[in-house]
Design a protein around this ligand. Structure first.
Ligand SMILES: *Cc1c(COP(=O)(O)O)cnc(C)c1O
Length: 424
């Protein structure tokens, strides 16, 4: 029996998170047993170059020695105390240092918890209910955020999953990404009711889409004018596109930032933080309740701290950016010679590519016009060349500091081979 069949007998759908199921590309998901640097090994001993990096956390590559060593030392003293430890303060200080907009942090265990809690805090702080989010952005699976746009531009949202009360969807408005006018309009219509705007400053959950000039700035202005809280969801982009996240690149300062993925270095940790006057509304200091048995788990904290500290070398992100550029430019040039409409983008250690013959991709409506069937064939072609890309046309790709020119060269050679096969 295959591993996946066995898993399906006892695990719902055979996976513990749907994106892993290969639903977006067809076929059975691979089972992995180990990773080292840029490479991962399947249970069948196939060794592959990994561009998923556990969906973002592994910016140093798999089993980075300093992180593994620090964990080994820490676990000898116990796994969890449910009481304060020094390491939590150390990681929190590092986060505040890397991201100056963050004055106070609260550690949680997943990105979903971070965004869910940030929204409760924004609502508690403003005493308002409406939240604004953007089509194609993903902020985890909490009820208020699994809401898609209603039929009209400013109509109430509708749940994007069964199990979410329609009455809750009434409080979530979904606008198109990269459309400053619709933001201005939404605030004009309901400015006194908006608790917060939550946005991925670089969208990484609809492939990868950068903000157009003026988009983030307009959101910031509108929030400031009406007293709404601006939440940047940097669960993916935080420490990934730059040490200080997307906010340091685009120069727009949010009130609250949500973090995840890299902050745990591969263990379950996430956080939200921001202005101290807002954060002071959280329990126990303030009335907005939020808690977690394993929040700030010392082993996850040490993994996160050593990961962040290991990024403190000259040109860390510059070097990731150059590697992504070589990879994306290379793939784009190869695609051109085969007349394939490949559009590429990248920033820091993050990249996106999509088969799309329409103009510049600015939002969800643009990205869904991509040729998904072509992507599926390309994905499986690359897989058989030992290149592991995200198994979905709508996910960003990640590179780690362990990826070298050698891996990029192998990837480009594989790309050429796969395009040749696709043509024939
Ligand atoms: C991954 C992600 C989340 C959810 O984080 P989980 O740890 O999977 O709950 C939230 N927001 C963004 C932008 C993400 O990329």
């Amino acid at each position: 029996m295959t591993l996946f069949k066995e898993a399906k007998k006892v695990i719902a759908g055979g996976v513990n998170s749907p994106a892993r199921s290969f639903g977006g590309v067809g076929g059975d998901p691979l089972f992995f047993k180990s990773g080292k640097g840029a490479w991962i090994k399947t249970e069948d001993n196939q060794e592959m170059i990994d561009y998923v990096g556990s969906w973002g956390p592994l910016i140093l590559g798999h089993a980075f020695p300093a992180v593994i060593d620090a964990i080994k030392v820490a676990i000898k003293d116990g796994l969890s105390f449910g009481a304060p430890t020094k390491i939590e303060t150390k990681l929190a200080s590092k986060v505040c240092e890397f991201m100056p907009s963050i004055e106070r942090v609260r550690m949680v265990s997943t990105g979903t918890e971070a965004t869910m809690s940030a929204i409760r805090l924004a609502r508690g702080y403003t005493k308002k209910d409406i939240i604004i989010k953007f089509e194609g952005c993903y902020h985890g699976h909490s009820d208020s955020l699994l809401i898609k746009a209603g039929s009209g531009a400013l109509t109430h949202g509708v749940p994007s999953s069964p199990g979410i009360p329609a009455s809750l969807a009434k409080h979530t408005i979904t606008l198109p990404f990269n459309d400053p006018e619709s933001v201005v309009n939404a605030f004009k219509v309901m400015k006194n009711k908006i608790a917060c705007v939550i946005v991925e400053p670089v969208a990484g959950n609809m492939n990868m889409i950068k903000p157009i000039s003026g988009f983030l700035e307009t959101i910031k202005d509108q929030c400031q004018l009406s007293g709404a809280v601006l939440i940047f969801d940097e669960v993916m982009t935080g420490f990934r596109v730059a040490k200080g996240g997307a906010q340091s690149i685009y120069g727009v300062k949010p009130d609250i930032t949500t973090l995840g993925k890299i902050i745990g270095g591969g263990l379950p940790a996430a956080a939200f933080g921001g202005r101290k006057d807002i954060m002071s509304h959280l329990a126990p200091e303030g009335p907005v309740y939020q808690a977690g048995t394993l929040s700030g788990n010392p082993i996850a904290m040490i993994a996160g701290l050593v990961t962040l500290e290991s990024m403190e070398v000259d040109n860390f992100h510059k070097s990731l950016d150059l590697k992504c550029e070589t990879l994306m430019k290379g793939m784009s040039e190869i695609a051109k010679t085969f007349d394939q409409p490949l559009q590429v983008t990248h920033l820091g250690g993050m990249f996106g590519f999509t088969f799309n013959k329409y103009g510049p991709i600015k939002n969800y409506n643009d990205i869904i016009k991509s040729d998904i069937n072509l992507f599926k064939r390309f994905f499986h072609g690359m897989l058989s060349e030992n290149i592991y890309l995200a198994p979905s046309a709508f996910e960003a790709g990640f590179i780690s500091s362990a990826h070298t020119d050698k891996e990029i060269k192998l990837t480009l050679e594989a790309t050429e081979k796969v395009f040749t096969l696709l043509k024939s």
